[in-house]
Design a binder for this molecule. Structure first.
Ligand code: SF4
Length: 379
């Protein structure tokens, strides 16, 4: 197999890790870049839009994760890119101006450290021989030794270990080989130690596979909150479980089906569920919501029809409508459809002139389609 054939297999395998984070601000999630099959758009923490070569080092794997299309029980074409092959093809794409960075993951070939050795050799070639200084996201294999983790943190811009499930019981439904605390949580902790010791600029993220283990949204949200508060994870991502035996072709329509549907029909759609979890994640990180502010149905799941902020607001009629000219910043942030940028515009605008009409808000650049029922304009 030549490098291109291997790359076709390995980048195709990596698409199952595709989450909404693989997007730019003006595109729906779950798209591949126009630039080519192997290249995905992404937004860096700085907000800069970039294109990443997203590939596996190898799709060979000794593990048996049931949600994974190339677990050890699957009869699929297997291959491994040698570090020099992968580094070279990356640099060719880079020099052609087609990629800005690398997203590197891998199946587990042999054991965690044997796999990490190949990935680290690739990254080291890029950094030391090719002098590539740009973005590298490296997945760390659960159970990797402290030494391998230390090297990853020193070389990469971002590292991550996929948490996959909210707790040991749920993970046990998906795999007989990966252990929740011993392999996943302890590797996250050793990444944190390495960040403190060697490279604080290297961020740590993680990802859930949503809907594979029968877990509820409440379990995922509580686990997410713990990851932020106890392990100093920078971002948590959510990837809807896809039936790889019978994969749907994701589209914007599927992603947003039901969300614009005002007729009230339930939108039983795994991608909407994934989107709701991202909304909760934003409420926790950017809107001062606590885990107690997130409301669920009797099954412990988020509403598919209403966004979680609107669910909270409708649960607190005593707090609304808010006087747009007097409400505090914290209160305004609780209005459905109003984000931090709009809140700042309202506060700045009302200092200059009393806000009297909805058109005043529109002139300030504040969208009111969702929030108008929760605001009052006292003239
Ligand atoms: S360890 Fe990773 S590559 Fe291996 S079966 Fe599990 S998810 Fe797939």
């Amino acid at each position: 197999m030549d490098t291109e054939q291997k790359l076709n297999i390995l980048t195709d395998s990596s698409k199952y890790d595709l989450a909404c984070a693989c997007k730019t601000g003006d595109q729906p999630g779950r798209v591949r870049g126009d630039a080519g099959r192997w290249i995905y758009p992404a937004v860096l923490p700085s907000g800069r839009k970039v294109f990443l070569l997203k590939t596996l080092q190898s799709n060979d794997c000794v593990n048996d994760c049931s949600y994974c299309p190339f677990n050890s029980r699957k009869d699929v074409a297997r291959c491994t890119l040698e570090p020099a092959q992968l580094a070279s093809v990356f640099m060719q794409l880079r020099e052609a101006g087609r990629v800005d960075g690398l997203f590197l993951s891998s199946g587990v070939c042999g054991n965690a450290d044997q796999t990490m050795a190949k990935m680290l050799a690739t990254v080291e070639l890029l950094r030391k021989r090719h002098l590539f200084r740009g973005f590298i996201h490296m997945k760390v294999i659960p159970g990797a030794s402290d030494e391998a983790v230390n090297q990853a943190v020193q070389q990469a811009t971002r590292v991550s270990v996929n948490i996959e499930s909210p707790n040991a019981k749920r993970l046990g439904k998906l795999t007989s080989r990966k252990r929740f605390h011993e392999d996943i949580i302890s590797t996250m902790q050793s990444i944190n130690r390495a960040r403190k010791a060697y490279n604080r600029k290297c961020s740590q993220t993680t990802q859930f596979v949503v809907g594979a283990a029968g877990e509820s949204d409440r379990e995922i949200v509580l686990s997410t909150e713990r990851l932020y508060s106890k392990i100093d994870i920078e971002r948590v991502y959510f990837s809807a479980y896809q039936d790889f035996e019978n994969p749907p072709e994701p589209s914007q329509k599927m992603l947003f089906e039901g969300m614009t549907d005002k007729s009230g029909g339930p939108a039983d759609n795994i991608f909407v569920r994934e989107h709701r979890l991202y909304q909760v994640d934003f409420l926790l990180r950017k809107y001062n919501f606590s885990k107690e502010d997130i409301l669920y149905d009797t099954g412990g799941n988020l509403s598919l029809r209403k966004d979680p902020k609107q669910v909270w607001a409708d649960h607190h009629p005593e707090l609304f409508p808010l006087d747009v000219n007097r409400a505090s910043k914290e209160e305004l942030l609780r209005v459905p459809g109003i984000g931090p940028i709009s809140v700042n515009r309202i506060i700045k605008g009302r200092k200059q002139e009393k806000i009297q009409w909805l058109d005043d808000l529109k002139r300030l650049g504040v969208r009111t389609s969702q929030g108008r029922d929760y605001l009052t304009l006292k003239r």
